[in-house]
Design a protein around this ligand. Sequence first.
Ligand code: BEZ
Length: 189
Amino acid sequence: MSHNTIAINQRMDKFDSHQRVWLFGYGSLIFKADFPFIERRPASIAGWTRRFWQGSHDHRGTDSAPGRVLTLVRDAAAVCAGMAYLITPEVFAHLDHREKNGYLRLATGIDFDAGGSEVGLVYIAAEDNAAFLGEAAERDIARQIAAASGPSGRNRDYLIELADALRALGKIDPHVFAIERYLAQLDQG
Ligand code: BEZ
């Protein structure tokens, strides 16, 4: 699959007749909602786990030193906590462009922390996309993140802002927090 997923996402018309759509955010969407939304709610999706397995040469890294950003991988026993946004379909044009480096929209059930659930969308970078880096030791992921920076800022800031946002939500993510600890160790020399 090519890097650029804009055209594929535009063909995803499952919610085209809807005036409002729930979008589940598990990464930068938790701490950076640079789009209009009607409402947001802490929420989770079942069967997926958050991983720093997607390469980033366009936001948090470069072609020569790609960073690592999040995607979701399937894990039947897992529940991924994040933030759900109620948006209008026009917002997807903006997000399709921002997340064009391998992310595809997927329909998913979204469970709200306060109760209730809806079907909505989530952006996932699957392992067949060209920027997918895959599994690595969390210490090595921290090293790569420490060295990467791109047009959207330092890769380490993405990690730290995410970890802070999860703590603010009262959520624990062992993968994210382990990488954050390794990064702190690297900083201490
Ligand atoms: C998110 O925060 O849900 C997100 C992560 C990567 C790409 C698009 C969205």
